[in-house]
Design a protein around this ligand. Structure first.
Ligand SMILES: [Fe+2]
Length: 506
């Protein structure tokens, strides 16, 4: 049995708290401490009682069991560290696992003893940590505690800010890229090996894999599918329980596996997906702190992804509605539907040649497709007239640009595209309609659309005239550089057309 030496702190001045639900173990520890002159010891049987005591009295050291009913030793440890981070805590357990040991150390335990332990070992460690603590002056302890708390707060705030900033910075990303970014961010926060986002497919009662990243790279489809299949039962459990999951080497996983799975929710209620972090090599064991980080990220990501997913589904249904409008025009006038497809194709070729951004190209794709949608408001006898139009009839045809804008106005999502549709009949020289805009006052994408539209109209059969041969239309377009059409756009269009006609390029 160890006896207190002169270098050791005077036992009765040091206070020790023993927390264990097993009365016999508590008795053994208390007896050993008293025999070593630590008379100022208190014992409680659970974490809750320990916390109440710690709020009214200070202890120089805490010895706590890990598995207890109610609050676990790990939870108690975290709370003790928040009350006074300088308090040394020794954790004891009868069910040792590597993950629990690592978690306890990460949370700030000074040591870990497994049952059955040698009393001498325990007393040796008690002496050691009390000595170390007594070497720190009260000021040092206060400072160390304050610094720890401050550091902890800063780390938390930095992490939260980092999450917010990263998501903000990537706001413009398309849905799938955003999924990858969120997965990579969660891996960086937790040092996890593999991260994934799956969406809940309620119709087919399954999960759709949106992103799997392994060591910061997109995982290949096969390994991603295998992992997803392994984790699917746990994802189901997460959806059913609506609670985050932290599993270390138990449950249905392998001993070395560690997993965090957090639900992604729409407006905090409906679960639309799961963000999961996985490590299967035994080197990383996720802690509660990691879980908090992933939950924080999932909350922020939910807000963003919710918008993206809603946008995509809303966008999909709106496009379907417009498609059916285009089809209904087609029922009257089969020129418009074919013309829409062809103008879209030619516009995109030109925009790519001019180096437009992905964002502009997407915008052009929508507006080119819908540019003549306003023709739905033009009566049949004018739209389908097999003869040149009178001035009045021509004025009615011209209303299709504004009518198209009006149709899109009802949908806030199409603000950018609306102005392209409105201005697709403006002319560089200001003699177009509906606003007579000139030169660069006409949106660039509308100028691109205008060249493609003019070319396709000339090379198509119309009720009142036959199609012009492409070579003639090209000459006509070239003659209209800096008159009807933007000369730079015409040049890009002609070069895109040339390139598209090269058989080797296809
Ligand atoms: Fe038009």
């Amino acid at each position: 049995m160890t006896v207190a030496t002169e270098e050791q702190p005077v036992g009765d001045l040091k206070s020790i708290l023993v927390v264990d639900d097993d009365e016999a173990t508590r008795g053994v520890i208390i007896d050993a401490l008293r025999e070593s002159c630590y008379f100022n010891t208190r014992e409680v049987e659970n974490g809750q009682q320990a916390l109440s005591l710690l709020k009214t009295a200070s202890f120089d050291l805490v010895i706590s069991d890990l598995k207890m009913p109610g609050m676990s030793g790990l939870d108690l440890l975290t709370r003790i560290k928040h009350l006074d981070s300088s308090t040394p805590v020794i954790i004891i357990t009868g069910y040792p696992t590597i993950d629990l040991t690592v978690s306890a150390m990460k949370e700030g335990a000074v040591d870990f003893l497994t049952k059955p332990f040698k009393i001498d070992d325990l007393i040796f460690k008690v002496n050691l940590y009390l000595q170390e603590r007594s070497l720190l002056s009260e000021e040092d302890r206060d400072e160390r505690g304050t610094r720890w708390k401050l550091g902890e707060k800063i780390r938390e705030l930095s992490t939260i800010r980092l999450i917010g900033e990263r998501i903000e910075q990537r706001r413009g990303l398309a849905g799938d890229d955003m999924f990858d970014e969120i997965v990579k961010l969660s891996l960086a926060l937790t040092r996890g090996e593999t991260g994934l986002i799956v969406l809940v497919d309620e119709t087919n009662k399954c999960f759709l894999n949106k992103s799997i990243c392994h060591n910061n790279q997109r995982a290949d489809a096969d390994s991603g599918d295998m992992l997803e299949a392994r984790l699917t039962p746990l994802f189901r459990e997460t959806v059913l329980s609506r609670a985050p999951l932290l599993i270390n080497g138990d449950h249905s996983l392998r001993a070395d596996d560690s997993l965090i799975a957090v639900p992604l929710t729409i407006r905090g209620s409906k679960i639309f997906g799961i963000l999961a972090i996985f490590s299967g090599d035994g080197t990383t064991i996720f802690t509660r702190k990691d879980l908090t980080h992933v939950q924080n990220l999932a909350e922020r990501a939910s807000l963003y992804l919710e918008n993206t997913i809603l946008y995509e589904s809303l966008f999909g249904s709106i496009m379907n509605t417009f498609e059916s409008l285009i089809h209904s025009i087609h029922a009257r006038d089969n020129y418009t539907e074919r013309h829409s497809r062809s103008v879209t194709h030619l516009s995109l070729l030109t925009a790519k040649t001019m180096g437009c951004s992905d964002y502009e190209i997407e915008s052009l794709r929508i507006s080119a497709h819908l540019h003549d949608i306003g023709k739905i408001a033009v009566p049949d006898h004018i739209l389908l007239k097999p003869a040149p139009l009178s001035d009045d009839e021509y004025r009615i045809i011209q209303t299709h640009a504004e009518a198209g804008e009006d149709i899109l106005k009802s949908i806030a999502l199409f603000d950018r595209e609306r102005s392209i549709v409105r201005h697709h009949h403006e002319r560089w020289d200001g003699r177009g309609y509906p606003d007579g805009l000139t030169r660069n006052k006409i949106p660039l994408l509308a100028r691109i659309l205008s060249v493609a539209d003019t070319f396709d109209a000339m090379t198509s059969d119309r009720p009142y005239r036959k199609a012009l041969p492409p070579a003639v239309a090209v000459d006509e377009i070239r003659d209209n550089r800096w008159k009807q059409l933007d000369g730079d756009v015409v040049d890009a269009f002609l070069s895109a057309l040339d390139e598209a006609r090269q058989p080797s390029k296809h």
